[in-house]
Design a binder for this molecule. Structure first.
Ligand code: ADP
Ligand code: MG
Length: 220
């Protein structure tokens, strides 16, 4: 179990007249093994917050603690190790690699980490995500919902403590959205993972254990 704590996080883009305070002093504790939804108007700072929390974008000031580690005090090697081992990412665009098969897309980050693939766990994941029949296909042979499930399997392959998702169902129809959400809820309930998800969808934020609303870079 890993605790994620955000202290007085600020992120500024640009300079002078074009300066934007994308994050303006965010304090937040993400509850482990729970589903936290982040909502707010477009441009309010949700993606910036998620990227800063996930070690993908260095804040201008403030701290992101994973347990007692202030992640942005680490060097690049250590920070990317944390990203690979502790975090999983799911975006609106699936970002699958078109020239390699579904199975290889899923295990890619595990092999990048120089770890041996836990084949039993990966097979279980593929099974649960309904991808068994598609393992040896290429991403473009799959529907949007199937591709997003591959992206989810890839995010989970490393058994991350925290899954960060930025509007993962933004491009999906309502039936596929439900399937994807069922799987992500299973991650929280069964695999004991922490889920932090940005969403515009009221139906989805209703499923969350906690909803955080961002407005002009602040929690309201
Ligand atoms: P949201 O995800 O809630 O739509 P973002 O976090 O993407 O909001 O953006 C917050 C604010 O920061 C917006 O005003 C946006 O224009 C600005 N912003 C985001 N990324 C950049 C960037 N790379 N350069 C300049 N401004 C940015
Ligand atoms: Mg966004």
């Amino acid at each position: 179990m890993k605790n994620l704590n955000i202290k007085n996080l600020k992120k500024t883009y640009g300079k002078g007249d074009s300066k934007v305070n994308a994050l303006d002093g965010i304090n937040l504790s993400i509850e482990p093994h729970k589903f936290t939804a982040i909502v707010g108007a477009s441009g309010s700072g949700k993606s910036t917050l998620l990227h800063c929390m996930a070690g993908l974008d260095k804040p201008t000031s403030g701290n992101v603690y994973l347990d007692d580690i202030d992640i942005y005090t680490l060097n690049d090697t250590k920070l990317s190790e944390i990203r690979r081992r502790e975090f999983g990412f799911i975006f609106q665009s699936f970002n699958l690699i078109p020239v390699i098969k579904v199975y290889d897309n899923i295990v890619m980050s595990v092999s990048l980490d120089g770890k041996k693939t836990d084949k039993k766990y990966i097979d279980e994941l593929i099974d649960k995500l309904g991808l068994k029949a598609h393992k040896n296909k290429y991403p473009n042979q799959l529907s949007g919902g199937q591709q997003q499930r591959v992206a989810i399997a890839r995010a989970l392959a490393n058994k991350p403590s925290v899954i960060f998702a930025d509007e993962p169902t933004g491009n999906l129809d309502s039936k596929t959205t439900k399937e994807v959400m069922d799987i992500l809820k299973l991650c929280v309930k069964e695999f004991k993972q922490t889920l932090v998800m940005i969403t515009h969808n009221d139906e989805i934020s209703k499923m969350a254990d906690k909803v955080i609303t961002i407005s002009d870079g602040k929690i309201v």
